[in-house]
Structures are given as C-alpha cells and as structure tokens.
Design a protein around this ligand. Structure first.
Ligand SMILES: Cc1ncc(COP(=O)(O)O)c(C=O)c1O
Length: 442
C-alpha cells in the first residue's frame, strides 16, 4: 500500500501525551527535517519554534552528528556496558564533563530524561546510605515540576494529571510551592524580581516539618519548562543552595530542558551561578538524534560509592541495557563538538535580546495575560475560555501549524517557544509575526 496520508494506518501506535482520537482524525505528520525546518507529508515547510521538544538545539539533521551516527552504526552497533566497555562511552563522558560546571565530573549514562531523574534520585538515596546516613530517605520536589514519567519523577514532580492515575508512587516525598506569581511579576523581562522568599519555605516549612536529618535531596528545574516557563525569582536558587548546604542535603538540578545552551550557557547552573550536587540532562545531549540521558555527579559523591565497596564489588546496583549505547555516545560526542566548535551557546546568548523583544511585542494582544522569557525560551500565558481550559491555546497551536507553517508548543493555556539555538533574526520575526497574527484573529 502506498504511504500516502489517505492510505496510512494510524490505529496501532498508541501516542504519548496526545489526544489520540483527535490527532488521528486529522494527522499532523512530519516526514523530514533540516536546520530550522520540518517538512510535512503535504509538502509544507514548517519553522520549528520548539526545537522538536526542547531538544534539537543545533538544528535538525546536523551533518556532523548524522555522519557520526552513520559511521558508528557500521562499526560497533552495540556493546554491553555491564562489566564491559567501548571507547565512545568514556569519550562521551569526558566530553560532557568538559562542558559541565566545575566539580561535576562523573557521568552516569541512561536513555532519557525520566531515567536521568530516577537515576539521580537513586544516587542521592544510596549516597547517604553508603556513608552511614540512611535516615535520609526523603525527597523534596516542587509543585508544577516536570521530572519525566518514571515513578521517581512523577513523585517529585508536581503535575496532578501525571500522578493521579498511578497510585501513591514514592512515599517519602514533599513539595515546595512553585514560584509563579503573576500578580507581582507579570510581563517581567528576564528573571522575576519578586519571590525569592519562597525558597525560605524549604527551611521554615518543609525541613521544620520533616527534620533536615531525614531529607536526602531537593530536586528542581532551574526553569520549570513543561508547565509553562516558570522562572526562578532573582536569588531563589542561591537560597536553595545555601539551605541545602546548611543541612547536608543534596541539591539536584533537572536540566533536561535548560542544558546545552537554552539560556546561552552550557547549563542553567552556569547562567545562575549556582552549582548543584548533581545535574540531570538528556534531550540536547545528542541533539536528540539518538535517545540518551545522563546524570552529572560531583566527584566526591561518586567516590563515596567507590570507598564504601570492596575493590571487586559492584558499587552501585543500577544501569540499563542501553547505558552509553554506541550510537548515542557517538551522537553525544559529535553534538558537544558542534556546540563548542560552532559557538552555539554564545550564539543563543547573542540572539536572546532579540527573542525577548519579539516575545514581548505580543503584549496587549487578545487574551495575553503574561509573557515570560529567558535565553531562547519564552512562555505566553493566555486567559482560558471559561469552562474549557487548554482549548484556546490548542486552537492557536493548530492554526499556527496549518495556516502559518510554524510549530509552537502549548501546555494548558500557555504557549511555550524554545527554538533551535541557530535561529536567525528573520526566523524570529517569522515565528512571532505568525503567532501574533493568529492571536489577533482568535
Ligand atoms: C525537566 C525535565 N525533566 C525530565 C524530563 C523527561 O525527559 P524524557 O521525556 O526524555 O524522559 C523532561 C521532559 O521534557 C523535562 O523537561
């Protein structure tokens, strides 16, 4: 049967985080990609305003990354990472450590962001145990956090829809409040000025309730991306760092979105000048060309595991069949080389003011009630249609795709934009003019 839109059978693929029946009634099908653009099965060129899912930071089908994967596939298709090794695994870890904040130089590889989060939580719990501090079993996340879909991630995550169907998940978890405060900070350019005191609640509310000696780790996204670009108020992350230090609690930054240049620096940690004890990353690690995730770990945390176990013993009972898969490792080495040799993080920082200007030019358009931005990410929050949350933004998403040939992303009634770091001035104009037109006509 020919692969035409009419002939295609869409029934078998149960699509993730998708309104399956709605999608299948009028599929939006991407068939190829290059640089800033996707191409559809009906022959249209679509400007990618979301870097896929916040992940194709160097642009689509970058020739150096494509070539590295191709070469690796013909040379070593697979090698176990349990009690065996292959050179690219070690090279990829060194490359990642070379762009990481100082001190975070030990790398545990996995296959995506969800696994990176669950791995980091397990490292945190096990770290305290191997040091004889096993009372520390509690994990603290944040409301409206997205940490993937594993049981660890949904437990520390703070999205009701991702939790409610799946039982009680991890037990010893509590949550900070999220710092979005539109009453005080709406339409702020860059970091909000108000709200750093919300970080104090870690100390005054959660640690005084649970006792600091029971808490293993705090995990936060430097920017909460998936629930609509929630930025940390000035000084907020610094406060979390200080409180964790005061009580011997590990601080984990989930940088699955903020890693690899989104804010114009290698990691959000660099942008904010706050170094966590672990960083989880994925997405841009391979420019999304092959699935891969990683946890960057402070060396002394890693060394505590080495010191606690006999020489011939496995120190950490955790790993995946595809940990440091050769194709993923090759893609990561190539992607990190592209980011650094082409100066893409700096390029993102250079374009950020233009991106900010374009984003805030939408202020005053119908239903726009907040615009938030940092680096090459912005969130545009809309008034919901009474009784029909999410439908206004989703309708805009459809119009952008079908009528304006631009790909945006929506979460609830918030539009999130996070283009590849290679976006140029004309493409920024195309993205925001297209979106502006749609907003004006809803
Ligand atoms: C902050 C954060 N953590 C974890 C994840 C999960 O990553 P994955 O979908 O690769 O499992 C995401 C995905 O968007 C994310 O934004």
């Amino acid at each position: 049967m020919p692969d035409t839109p009419q002939a295609r059978d869409t029934s078998h693929f149960w699509m993730p985080f998708t309104a399956n029946r709605q999608f299948k009634s009028n599929p939006r099908m991407l068939v190829s990609a290059s640089g800033m653009y996707y191409y559809t099965d009906d022959g249209r060129q679509i400007l990618d305003g979301t870097a896929g899912l916040w992940c194709v930071n160097a642009g689509h089908c970058h020739p150096k990354i494509t070539e590295a994967i191709r070469r690796q596939a013909g040379e070593l298709d697979y090698a176990p990472a349990f009690q065996m090794g292959h050179p690219q695994a070690f090279e990829a870890a060194s490359a990642l450590a070379s762009i990481a904040p100082a001190g975070l130089n030990r790398v545990f590889f996995c296959n995506d962001g969800s696994e990176a989060v669950d791995t980091a939580l397990k490292i945190a719990l096990a770290y305290h145990r191997v040091r004889g501090d096993g009372l520390r079993h509690r994990l603290i996340g944040r409301e409206r956090a997205y940490h993937g879909v594993g049981f660890g991630g949904i437990s520390v995550g703070g999205i009701a829809g991702n939790r409610k169907h799946f039982g009680s998940a991890l037990a010893a978890v509590d949550h900070l409040r999220h710092p979005l405060d539109m009453a005080r900070n709406a339409f702020t350019r860059g970091l909000p000025q108000q709200g750093a005191e919300l970080a104090d609640e870690l100390d005054t509310r959660l640690l005084s309730l649970h006792d600091p000696s029971t808490v293993a780790a705090v995990i936060v996204e430097p920017i909460q991306g998936s629930t609509g670009v929630i930025l940390p108020p000035v000084g907020y992350l610094q406060k979390l760092r200080t409180i964790c230090d005061n009580y011997g609690i590990l601080l984990i930054f989930d940088e699955v979105i903020t890693g690899f240049g989104r804010l114009g620096t290698a990691f959000g940690a660099d942008y904010f000048g706050v170094v966590p004890d672990m960083i989880t990353c994925a997405k841009g690690l391979t420019n999304a060309a092959v699935p891969m995730g990683a946890v960057l770990v402070r060396q002394d945390i890693h060394d505590a595991f080495m010191d606690a176990a006999p020489e011939n013993a496995i120190e950490f009972f955790h790993g995946y069949t595809y940990t440091a898969h050769p194709l993923a490792a090759a893609a990561a080495i190539a992607a990190i080389d592209v980011y650094t040799s082409e100066g893409l993080f700096t390029q993102a920082a250079t374009m950020a003011p233009l991106f900010e200007e374009a984003a805030h030019s939408l202020k005053g358009l119908p239903y726009v009630k907040d615009i938030r931005n940092l680096g090459l990410v912005c969130g545009i929050e809309l008034e919901s249609i009474p009784g029909k949350p999410t439908t206004r933004a989703f309708d805009i998403f459809l119009k952008c795709f079908w009528e304006k040939n631009i790909l945006i992303r929506t979460t609830g009634d918030i539009i999130a934009l996070s283009p590849p770091l290679i976006i140029n001035r004309a493409q920024i104009e195309q993205l925001f003019e297209g979106l502006g037109d749609v907003l004006r006509n809803i």
